[in-house]
Each structure stands twice: as structure tokens, then as C-alpha cells.
Ligand binder design. Sequence first.
Ligand code: ZN
Length: 222
Amino acid sequence: MYFLERLYFNTNYNMEFSINETENKGFTKIEKFNQETTEELMFHYKKVLELLGEDVNREGLDKTPLRVAKAMQFLTQGYHIKPEDILRSAMFKEDYRQMVIVKDIEVYSMCEHHMLPFVGRAHVAYIPDGTITGLSKIARVVDAFARRLQVQERLTTQIKDCIQDTLNPLGVAVVIEAQHMCMSMRGVQKQNSITTTSDFTGAFEKVATREEFIRLISTKTI
Ligand SMILES: [Zn+2]
């Protein structure tokens, strides 16, 4: 069996990335990470482990600083992506002027206060004014903003602004529901609380349009 796993950053990043290939037992993994940044992060994560009271030389932690260095770069790759370019890469002229909804987009982000994950779903809608975009691009825009250190409120607004400013539709609506690990695992330790944020422009300022959107994202259709 021969596998290729590619972790790639899909738009113009302005950093030099080196490609590392590791091969073991028929599994070839190709990853792109900035070598210098990875080494620097490894050095610091090793220190962090020591400060937390760990023995960094024990077998289980041998490659942990390297893994964390890569994981953190993956989880913050949004800094090197321009979400507007994602939309611009697939814009089409189309006369459709009804609501387009992409719902239940998985959101994996990290709160900027604790660097702990918050996980949930985003529902995004827009009403085109002559221009539509590829549906997958909406999900990619969500990812590009989510893979940064964030607060849910700003994430919601950034997605809305990006779509509004790039596609110039008649309106944009974004709702995000998420569970924050900094609330579940620490602090008030509320395991089941969900935070909901929303932001709207244009046509969605009208109550009837907004209610239609809320109704459509609330119904389970599949
Ligand atoms: Zn937090």
C-alpha cells in the first residue's frame, strides 16, 4: 500500500515552505512547513513541556515538540491565506437572485485568549446580485478565517464582510454555533453551553428575509 498525504496551503503565502518526506512501512507523507519556524517552535515547546514538569526525554514525548509545532502551524495556516482570493478564484455571472445557503459548515478554530479549540458549525447565506461563487469556496472562506487565533464574534463578522465586499451581493447572513473548550475544560466548566453569534447585511436586515434564513437553517432536510 502506498499513500500520499498532502497538507497544503492553497493560496499565495509569502513564506518559503520546505517539503519534508518521511517514509516508513509503505506510507509516504508529504508535508509543507516552514523549516525555520518549525525548529524555533520545537525549541520553545520543549521548554514549555519542561516548565509544566514533564521529562522531555521520555520516549512518549520524543517527537511531541515537533508534532505540536506542525499542528500549530496547520491550525493557524489561515494567516497565509487571502480569503478574498478564494472567492475571486470562482466568480460567475448568474441572474439568480434568491437566497443561497451553505449550512452546517464545520468550524474548528482556537480562541485567542486561551489558545484552546472552539468547535461548531457555521451557516452562511447570501442573495446574489449578478455574481455567484462556488459553494465550496464559502466553506473555504470559513476555514481561512477559522484557522487563526480568533474570537467567535470577529470570526462571524470577518466571514460576512469578506463575502459582502468581494461578491457585492444584495445581502449576507452568517450564524455560528460553537462550543468553547476554554469554557468546558476550565473556567466555569460548562460542558454543554453553546455560543451563538450572528451578523447580517443588506436584504437580511429585513425581518422576513432573516426569518426565512433562520427557518431554513433550523430544519433538518437530509
Ligand atoms: Zn478562551
